[in-house]
Design a protein around this ligand. Structure first.
Ligand code: PAF
Length: 282
């Protein structure tokens, strides 16, 4: 596996693959790899001749009170894991390489980026859309793979690709879960032992919501309340949102149908923010 910290070298690598007629898949990440990331990389290998993983903790998508400074950074460990997963190139730019001192451009996906996480993390999806646009220009992938845990992010990126006519395919990859069902996330490591045990309530609440929707309950607000109450039984767990939305438009659902998706964001002791989601009919 080759490692490139500068944009020109990454571009040269991609250009040489293009001359050989090789396709490329991109997996954008912020590092601290877990099985979720590795499964995205393995999926990417099935979709193209070469796989590029970008590892960049993007300052533009963090709010001033968020965990940019403490976000786990383990480049050598991640590099070894990516090589083992069969990645061909790891792109690890610095913030200075990605954002010149005079950087002034922002990519805004105005509708899809505003609700849910966009409401509680103002500017977050502008940062995501901007960095992903830059990565698409630098790597010129034929396909890019994103996890479905960040469902709203995936929707924002699909919109961005369609609106800006990027010539690439976006593939969403199913959520990878721990044995007890907790969705894998780099931020799970911030949880104490007790918080980690209790965090299983997120995926249990999703299963409960599916059961309610499929067998007993037709009122959206009643399902959202049941989920909120279930999670908030756990001391220190506070629901930021538990909202049934249309899986494509992300608009709050007035009634349940086959596109209904329950999206969740939960604060744990005001320190750790967890997200999860599931379709209610699957
Ligand atoms: O999902 C992430 O890790 C990030 O939001 C992404 C897509 C790599 C952009 O920084």
């Amino acid at each position: 596996m080759n490692r490139y910290a500068d944009i020109a070298a990454m571009r040269q690598c991609r250009a040489s693959w293009q001359r050989q007629g090789l396709s490329a898949a991109l997996v954008p990440t912020m590092g601290f790899f877990h099985e979720g990331h590795l499964s995205l990389m393995r999926r990417a290998k099935t979709l193209a001749d070469r796989v590029v993983v970008s590892l960049f903790v993007n300052p533009m998508q963090f709010g001033p009170a968020e965990d940019l400074a403490s976000y786990p950074r383990y480049l050598e460990r991640d590099s070894a894991l990516a090589a083992e997963a069969g990645v061909d190139a790891l792109f690890t730019p610095t913030a200075a390489e990605m954002y010149s001192p005079n950087f002034q451009t922002k990519v805004v996906v105005s509708g899809l980026g505003q609700g849910l996480c966009g409401a509680s993390r103002p500017g977050h999806f502008d940062g995501v859309a901007t960095v992903v646009t830059k990565l698409f220009h630098i790597v010129a992938p034929d396909v890019a793979v994103f996890g479905e845990k960040d469902w709203q992010q995936l929707a924002v990126i699909r919109r961005l690709v369609a609106d800006l006519n990027f010539n690439l395919r976006i593939v969403g990859h199913p959520i990878v879960r721990e044995a007890d069902g907790l969705a894998m996330s780099s931020r799970n490591t911030y949880l104490t032992k007790e918080e980690r045990q209790a965090a299983v309530c997120l995926c249990r609440s999703l299963i409960m919501a599916q059961d309610l929707a499929q067998h007993k309950e037709t009122v959206v607000a009643a399902i959202e309340k049941a989920v909120r109450d279930f999670i908030e039984q756990n001391p220190g767990f506070s629901v930021e949102y538990a909202t049934v939305v249309d899986g494509a438009s992300l608009m709050p659902a007035a009634k349940l149908d086959e596109n209904s998706l329950l999206a969740l964001a939960v604060q744990v002791n005001g320190r750790v923010r967890l997200i999860d989601n599931a379709r209610l009919f699957c």
